[in-house]
Design a protein around this ligand. Structure first.
Ligand SMILES: Nc1nc2c(c(=O)[nH]1)N[C@H]1C(S)=C(S)[C@@H](COP(=O)(O)O)O[C@H]1N2
Ligand SMILES: [Mo]
Length: 335
């Protein structure tokens, strides 16, 4: 598999085409329309004070955009991890990976940038995902709290998956993470556990904002059999490094047969429950987003036909495949 390094000019909304070395921090801040030393982002949130520290001087734009949210030396040393080739099949013909810069400059993270995919990286510089902990509670025999050391000490593997947002953009990405069934098995679910709830950090705790019209913090859920499926990944990294903030540092779910919003980012709590829990987008717009939200070209969204998807870096259109092309792993769950 090749990683595409497309011309910067092709990337969404990143205007300058000069090399990273040439494009120094001063020009970078000017390009953002800010004076040197001013905060990155937050122009979007008129009412918020701009107390964010600027980037350290040695971090150029590319490094800044791709900067891992967790940078402890012991954790960085664990990366990159070996790829699980058997679980790294991309649907379709092209086996190239999406340019990491394209993936890191078009994100959905409503806590920082409400209103659809965009340059979330500009708005999440104050987010400090270290220290962090994820509490696993509910219907299990061994509830547990994972701190960052626990989380990154798990046996991590790399998996290349197609990722598909309901807004039709898609990317082919190498995630680092742990098969989620291993996490569940460790807490020993009891026989009443039928669903798994994911609760993410509160926007305020992340330096974001509770934009009106939604119930915060972001919450999602899976059926137990979906959560136990071998595709289901708790991701702590991408492109061979810990997750950048905008991708949901320090840990988020990845479910390649479902639309992107099913994968909660920056998770703080996982709860095993006996009844189907409400989910963020289903609560916000029940006619547009159902509980399962499996990728299906035959079911148009009211605002977007779903039969094609568009690759984030090249803009190339591809046919959408049922279950994202991962039916061999999951189709039996829905028969
Ligand atoms: N906490 C949280 N998780 C979230 C979202 C969000 O707004 N907040 N957006 C979802 C949506 S709509 C998508 S497409 C993916 C985007 O993941 P990415 O930014 O890493 O591409 O995150 C999902 N998880
Ligand atoms: Mo999405």
């Amino acid at each position: 598999m090749l990683v595409r390094r497309s011309n910067r000019a092709n990337l969404p909304k990143l205007k300058p085409t000069a090399s990273d070395a040439y494009w120094n921090r001063r020009q970078f801040l000017q390009a953002l329309g800010m004076a040197t030393g001013a905060a990155i982002g937050f122009e979007h949130f008129g009412g918020l004070s701009c107390s964010a520290a600027g980037p350290p001087d040695h971090i150029g734009p590319r490094e800044l955009i791709l900067q891992p949210g967790v940078e402890r030396v012991e954790i960085m040393r664990r990366f990159p991890v070996a790829r699980n080739a058997a679980m790294s099949r991309l649907p379709g013909e092209s086996q190239d990976l999406t340019d990491p810069l394209a993936a890191a400059t078009h994100n959905n993270f409503y806590e920082f940038l409400p209103g659809g995919g965009g340059e979330v990286w500009r708005f999440c510089r104050r987010f400090t995902p270290d220290p962090w902990s994820i509490e696993i509670t509910g219907l299990c025999h061994k509830p547990r709290t994972f701190d960052l050391d626990d989380l990154f000490a798990l046996e991590l593997e790399e998996r290349v998956y197609r990722f598909r947002c309901v807004e039709r953009w898609a990317m082919d990405v190498p995630w680092t993470g742990i098969p989620f069934h291993q996490v569940l098995t460790a807490v020993e679910p009891n026989s009443n556990a039928r669903y798994v709830r994911f609760i993410t950090a509160s926007p305020g705790a992340m330096g974001g904002r509770e934009s009106p019209g939604y119930d915060w913090p972001y919450y999602e859920a899976l059926r137990m059999d979906e959560a136990m499926n071998e595709l289901t990944l708790l991701a702590t990294g991408v492109y061979g490094q810990p997750l950048p903030r905008q991708h949901g540092a320090p840990a988020r779910m990845v479910l390649p047969w479902k639309y992107g919003y099913k994968g909660a980012k920056s998770i703080v709590q996982i709860e095993l429950v006996d009844r189907q829990p409400p989910t963020f987008w289903n609560d916000a717009q029940p006619t547009e987003y159902d509980f399962l939200s499996n990728i299906d070209p035959a079911v148009p969204h009211p605002r977007w036909a779903q039969n094609v998807e568009q690759m984030l870096d090249t803009g190339e259109h591809r046919p959408t495949l049922k279950y994202g092309g991962y039916g061999q792993y999951v189709a039996h769950l829905y028969e």
